[in-house]
Design a protein around this ligand. Structure first.
Ligand code: 5AD
Ligand code: SF4
Length: 443
């Protein structure tokens, strides 16, 4: 029996897909990259933007022939999108090929849901949350990198965002469970840990807040690098900056979603910080760690965004000089406050122009900053063979930059010292600072 998983959206979903893969493998399924070979296909969905949602329906349509071709094949759908009534209803009515629907808070029930479907032949829709330890303890063999959930949900209600409706309120995992999981992963050889939460800075377990938890995780023996996602600028404390600065194995990268550089738009988004406060946090990060790389998320065309608001975003981007950015065109999401401001929607042509203007500001800065990296010596955690060149491997450095360099599969999972020799807008090229003959075999 083989399974294939299609994941849309963010790291939270990537991690949920890993947990689902683990459960399936415990049931005796094996992974396959070929959809046609699979007996079980899962689509893990995202609903943050409308186009992701439309893509799900397109793919489900395209999977009907696969599903109907052979008796017993199972098509399952999970993820944020399944947390909303309308999406469930659409699937119920228009996509009979879907056998199983479950939510982000009942992943652990998957074996039971599959068994129920097999026994009755009926479609199973179950998104009721179960009390779960967020980790759903699992361990993938030969894995140099691991996601670790520390909290779920979000209490912020940014006016464009559907996440708080889908993923519910914030809930933090026990610190002791997080640390134990990291200890076990490190003992098994995991080198890099990514702490995950919709809003990691809101983490709290009694007197353990996020900076305290980060310090404990970074101090677990064997943990070579710690990363975390995501942070809200309003909650980025000096204490967190201190912990990062005093722990060299915490990544020298901070993802700090800006969304807009205009105070009026930030207010309308309910972001609870101003451009001045954002800049203050950037200065504090750089004062403590001059080498830190900054990345961000920006939304263009929020309802009511004027030419002046847009200009302020461009100006702030020039001032901060981000190292990387995810850029989005505003997409109205049902039930959110911003989606009701229909009379203030920015027309598609203006939005497209503003989006291009934003890229025209951002990309030359990425290219210049990458160029400045030439000559630097960095440590790359090798993830795999480079997509475009079988004689190179690639991975990320402590600043979260993608680095390619000559090597082979023996390097996968190693933390390799590399000297940067070339730079593009989105990736770096380097040469190994070690003798290839001294390489140990892959774990
Ligand atoms: N429209 C466009 N972008 C959005 N994001 C979240 N909701 C929307 C929306 N309705 C973006 C934000 C967030 C990122 C994960 O997705 O920039 O930080
Ligand atoms: Fe959405 Fe804002 Fe919460 Fe992020 S902080 S998940 S953008 S509501």
């Amino acid at each position: 029996m083989k399974y294939h998983i299609i994941t849309h959206g963010c790291q939270m979903n990537e991690h949920d897909s890993e947990r689902i893969a683990f459960l399936l493998e415990e049931m005796g399924y094996e992974p396959t990259a070929q959809r046609d070979d699979a007996d079980f296909i899962l689509m893990n969905t995202c609903l943050v933007r409308e186009n992701a949602e439309l893509k799900v329906y397109g793919q489900l349509g395209a999977l009907k022939p696969w599903h109907d071709e052979r008796e017993g094949r199972i098509l399952a759908v999970s993820g944020c999108m399944m947390q909303t009534g309308p999406a469930q209803e659409t699937i119920q009515k228009k996509y009979p090929q879907v056998d199983l629907v479950f939510g982000t808070q009942n992943i652990q029930k998957l074996p039971e849901l599959i068994a129920r479907h097999r026994a009755t032949g009926e479609r199973v829709f179950d998104t009721t949350p179960v009390e779960e330890d967020l980790a759903a303890q699992y361990r993938k063999a030969d894995h140099q990198f691991a996601y670790v959930n520390i909290m779920t949900g979000c209490n912020n209600f940014c006016t464009y965002c559907i996440v708080p409706f889908a993923r519910g309120r914030e809930s933090s995992r026990r610190a002791i469970d997080v640390v134990r999981e990291v200890e076990r992963l490190a003992a098994d050889g995991t080198k890099e840990i990514m702490l995950l939460g919709q809003n990691v800075n809101s983490y709290r377990d009694e007197d353990v807040d996020f900076p305290a938890l980060l310090a404990r995780v970074a101090e677990v023996p064997g943990v070579e690098r710690v990363r975390f996602m995501s942070s809200h600028p309003k909650d980025l404390s000096d204490a967190l900056i201190q912990v990062m600065a005093s722990h060299p194995n915490v990544e020298r990268h901070f993802h700090l979603p800006l969304q807009s550089g205009s105070n009026a738009v930030l207010k309308a988004m309910n972001r609870k910080y101003t451009r001045e406060q954002y800049l203050d946090r950037v200065r504090a990060l750089r004062a403590a760690m001059p080498e830190i790389a900054l990345s961000t998320d920006i939304i263009v065309g929020f309802p009511g965004e004027t030419e002046e608001d847009h200009r302020e975003t461009l100006e702030l981007c020039r001032e901060v000089e981000f190292d990387a950015a995810f850029t989005f065109i505003y997409s109205p999401r049902p039930g959110t406050v911003a989606a009701k401001r229909v009379d203030q929607f920015v027309d598609a042509q203006t939005t497209a122009r503003r989006f291009q203007e934003l890229l025209d500001v951002l990309y030359p800065i990425f290219a210049r900053k990458n160029h400045e990296a030439i000559g630097q010596e960095v440590r790359v955690l090798v993830e795999g063979i480079s997509k475009n060149d079988p004689h190179r491997v690639s991975g990320r450095d402590a600043q979260n930059r993608l680095v390619h360099f000559p090597g082979d599969e023996r390097l996968i999972g190693q933390m390799a010292p590399v000297k940067i020799t070339e730079a593009g807008s989105f990736a770096l090229v380097g040469e190994p600072l070690f003798e290839t003959s001294t390489l140990s075999a892959k774990r």
